[in-house]
Design a binder for this molecule. Structure first.
Ligand code: ATR
Length: 287
């Protein structure tokens, strides 16, 4: 009942998610239900794509106005855009591509990090009552563990919100490179264990440490967690990682990795439709 074929006409905006495999993706169900709920004349298809460049040059007609990108095509997708948003370029990956109405060009963006940052901001506002007009991240010390794709994304996101960024990574050179780009500081994972400035910090783990099946691993020992006011873990299998469990035990606000996905869908929906996202519906589908 998600695709109402009689509704499809010349004005219908066609979207799709590009990935391989794609059968497991919740996005078609999510976006079709969301489009329908707000009366947006659009459809959203699962697109099993092997070669992105080939797909874009051969099959992407002007009727296709928006694409989401998923594993393993986030980097290939970037190379197939007519233009790339500067942050997506820095991250080296896109999460969506939107056809610009004026000239039909395909513009790549990365909104994954916006989802994580929005979820962290929302949790901080809920606990501190910061007004919606300013970011609760402004001026805060924001520690990012990891300097891969997700680490870069979180570091840029925090930097954009005015946070003072610290990058901690197993390979120090990569931490240094990323920290320099966001005007921040690089430290090793060992140094992070003993790093306690006066103020409480925000922590985002973007490494795979603690991911199923190695659920007993954690990127930062329990003793260090009392120095943080909020801990986010990009891992979502398991939902409650050892890091989050121990942070919770230390009385810290926690933000689950699943929130990053839910919030990124809010952002992407708005990019596709120009309309506010039906948040409860999206939450219900993704939860
Ligand atoms: P993603 O795109 O999901 O961020 P990635 O680019 O492969 O994935 O990056 C993985 C990150 O997790 C890196 O920062 C990596 O550290 P290195 O730069 O030293 O490789 C970090 N990482 C992965 N396994 C780790 C482990 N066992 N201990 C510490 N850090 C780890």
């Amino acid at each position: 009942d998600l695709y109402n074929l009689r509704q499809i006409g010349a004005d219908t905006k066609v979207h799709g998610v590009i990935g391989n495999p794609i059968g497991h993706s919740k996005s078609p169900h999510l976006y079709n239900a969301a489009f329908k709920s707000v009366g947006f004349n659009g459809i959203y298809l699962p697109l099993l794509v092997d070669n992105v460049a080939n797909y874009i040059s051969t099959y992407s007609s002007p009727d296709f106005v928006g694409y989401s990108y998923t594993i393993p095509h986030k980097e290939d997708g970037l190379r197939c855009c007519d233009e790339v948003d500067p942050i997506a370029k820095e991250i080296g990956a896109i999460s969506c591509m939107i056809r610009r109405p004026v000239d039909g060009k395909l513009i790549g963006y990365n909104v994954d990090y916006l989802g994580a940052i929005a979820a962290i901001e929302e949790a901080l506002r809920a606990t501190n009552g910061v007004p919606a007009s300013s970011s609760p991240l402004a001026g805060k010390l924001f520690v990012v563990i990891g300097a891969g794709g997700a680490g870069k994304a979180l570091a840029y996101g925090a930097y954009e919100k005015g946070a003072r960024v610290i990058v901690a990574n197993r390979t120090y050179g990569k931490a240094k490179e990323l920290a320099t780009k966001v005007g921040g500081q690089a430290i090793t994972l060992d140094e992070l264990k003993d790093f306690h400035p006066e103020e409480r910090m925000i922590l985002a783990n973007t490494t795979s440490v603690g991911m199923k099946p190695r659920i007993d691993d954690t990127p930062l020992p329990k003793e260090a967690l009392k120095h943080y006011s909020l801990v986010f873990d990009a891992i979502y299998t398991p939902k409650l990682t050892r890091l989050l469990r121990e942070a919770q035990e230390a009385g810290t606000t926690i933000v689950y990795g699943t929130e990053m996905f839910i919030n990124q869908a809010f952002v992407q929906f708005k990019r596709f439709t120009g309309l506010p996202a039906p948040k409860q519906l999206i939450r219900d589908v993704l939860a």
